[in-house]
Design a protein around this ligand. Structure first.
Ligand code: MLT
Length: 412
């Protein structure tokens, strides 16, 4: 009989956002006329920047003629998109070599796939709560023993991020070989400052550990905070950075991302850059030419302005959610430098209780904090990625529902 990967049995039966999608579909089937507002999964709603659309149309036309047709993207070699990414990093004072930039179809894929090049015996530290992909992919790869009583996997180190620490991770007290960091954070919306990142970089260099830095939301930083881990001295010897066009330029349905693996990053004498290059050359055939042209256009002056406009739109939504909920008495985090608003479920409710209540009584979908890890229990995430109108309606519905609560309604 074929043996399956037994590690899959250690996973929760369904991926968080699939579970939410199923619950919402069931509710919609039972209530066909309900107008559900979806602020759960962080999927964008604004169209692609006009510059990207024009560039992709032109690229389609190139594909229509033998003289300009392109085959495997990997045959393009060093691409114009990598040049544009390098120039973008240079604006922040970060000098990259072109072949330190690896294009891909998504930061989600790369955050999971990166585990291929590291031994299963490594101890992996993750923040709790955190984007579930970091944990699930490491469980799949066999970097988990048995769960302890607190629901944590005992070969994954959990860095509890609580309201007391402003939902920021503290340096691990125990050994951690690989550490996933996400700033601005998904789900809590908090962003790390220079001193906090410097402490992580220094710790990683001292301990010969590697930081897996997810910068998928860096474009949402509006305050004076680092946008890349490589703005921090010493990061090139201890950090890999993941970035994406999904939340930056609306590419969730197009798929384009990049991962930076510096040549200076080593494990002993082994080049991590060489290993990742080898892995990608074997398992990935590159990003389509049309997509790369679209992504490149987001770095032109006009493209940048269009991207900024869209990000301002989502940030305004996030700000409206934050202000609206705070005025209704909720405690919130994030919503500034981040499209996500993290909130405390009222009156001791669990996060899934709040999910059900908001779906059933306000027809608003969010993401239960417990889905991001045990420390997320009792919290909830809403996204600013909806339309402004739907966001306004959602806030009003929540305010109305909890005004009833304040006045002595069901939960009181
Ligand atoms: C989220 O909602 O956390 C993200 O949209 C999921 C993802 O980017 O894969």
């Amino acid at each position: 009989m074929v043996q399956v990967n037994a590690n899959f049995a250690k996973l929760q039966s369904s991926y968080l956002f699939s579970t939410i999608g199923k619950k919402v579909r069931e509710y919609q089937t039972a209530h066909p006329r309900a107008e559900i507002i979806r602020l759960g999964i962080g999927d964008v709603t604004r169209p692609l920047p006009a510059e990207a659309i024009a560039a992709m149309h032109a690229a389609v036309d190139e594909m229509a003629h033998a003289e300009t047709f392109k085959g495997y993207p990997t045959d393009i070699g060093i691409t114009f998109l990598e040049e544009a990414i390098r120039a973008d990093y240079a604006l922040r004072g970060v000098a990259l070599e072109l072949d330190e930039i690896f294009l891909s179809d998504g930061a989600k894929s790369d955050c999971g796939n990166i585990g291929d090049i590291f031994g299963t015996e490594n101890i992996v530290a993750v923040c709790d709560p955190i984007y579930p992909v970091y944990v699930d992919t490491n469980v799949m790869a066999g970097r988990a023993g048995n769960p302890d009583a607190g629901g944590h996997w005992n070969r994954l180190v959990y860095l509890d991020c609580t309201a007391e620490t402003g939902f920021l991770p503290q340096l691990p007290g125990d050994r951690a070989d690989l550490v996933y960091l996400c700033s601005p954070n998904n789900p809590t919306g908090t962003a790390m400052n220079r001193a906090q990142l410097q402490a992580w970089v220094d710790w990683a260099n001292e301990n010969a550990s590697i930081l897996l830095y997810d910068g998928a939301y860096e474009a949402y930083i509006t305050e004076d905070l680092p946008r890349s881990i490589y703005e921090i001295p010493g990061a090139e010897t201890c950090a890999i950075e993941f970035r994406s066009f999904s939340k930056t330029a609306g590419f969730t349905g197009v798929r384009c991302a990049y991962t930076i693996v510096p040549k200076a990053l080593k494990s002993g004498d082994t080049s991590i850059h060489a290993l990742w290059g080898r892995r990608q050359a074997t398992k990935f055939n590159g990003v389509s030419y049309i997509t790369q042209r679209g992504a490149e256009a987001t770095f032109t002056a006009k493209g940048r302005a269009q991207v900024r406009e869209t990000i301002a739109y989502y940030l305004q939504n996030a700000g409206a959610i934050k202000a609206g909920l705070e005025s209704a008495g909720f405690s919130t985090w994030g919503g500034v430098n981040s499209p996500y608003v993290w909130l405390k479920a009222p009156d001791g409710m669990t996060s899934w209780e709040l999910f059900d209540l908001l779906l059933n009584e306000a027809q608003v979908v969010g993401t239960p904090g417990a889905g991001f890890g045990p420390a997320g229990e009792g919290y909830f995430r809403l996204t600013g990625f909806g339309t402004a109108e739907k966001t306004r309606q959602a806030v009003e519905r929540i305010q109305t529902r909890f005004a009833k609560f304040e006045a002595g309604g069901v939960l009181g």
